[in-house]
Design a protein around this ligand. Sequence first.
Ligand SMILES: [Zn+2]
Length: 236
Amino acid sequence: MDAGLPIRAFFTTREGGVSAPPYDSLNLAVHVGDEPHAVATNRARVADAAGAPVTFLAAAHGIAVARVGAPGQSPPTADALVTSVAGVAVAAIAADCVPVLVHDDATGAVAAVHAGREGLFAGVIDAALAEMLDLRRAGAAHGRMRASIGPAICGLCYEVPADMRARVAGRHPAAFATTREGTAALDLPRAIEARLSELGVGEIVRVQECTAESPRLFSHRRDGVTGRFAGVAVCE
Ligand SMILES: [Zn+2]
């Protein structure tokens, strides 16, 4: 599905790959127990769709940001990939955690961020935007930063212990949520939208589809052992 940014940027679904259940079919993660050949084929299909070699992020659930300097470069373990090199595609994989894509008009730079509960809490959104601002350097035209928040588990589905909700909402009030049953929950996409807005991102697109509710998306919370989809952005 299109990410709604003025560049080539999209989110994949479960459809269009070769992996067998429970990874059916477009699993893009190598760490979840799927057949490596199948993942390689799936990743090649995503690169075809991107029109460029894709560097897939290997998340550490922290705030590490890595710059990708050449097409197809394999990344160090990081939670956000940033590039301003034309022809480089970066991807964040997720299945309930939030993939976020960012584009900066001023430099053409793009970022792919994996923002889960712990990463958001520790400041991964802030770290990724700081890296993009670094790329502007002195004298760069004041451009517009745009972001797209991909499919993720929603605030009605993401049940957590009450003390965990209190801790995260203490830093990100927009994360405070309640499930359909009335128990404590977190709304990570809403919290990320609020944070991006606080940091001055002018235009924010949100894919409203919930991973735990949509059968065409992978959900770790719903299925346990399963695949991962990706948010992909191409630097032009
Ligand atoms: Zn939901």
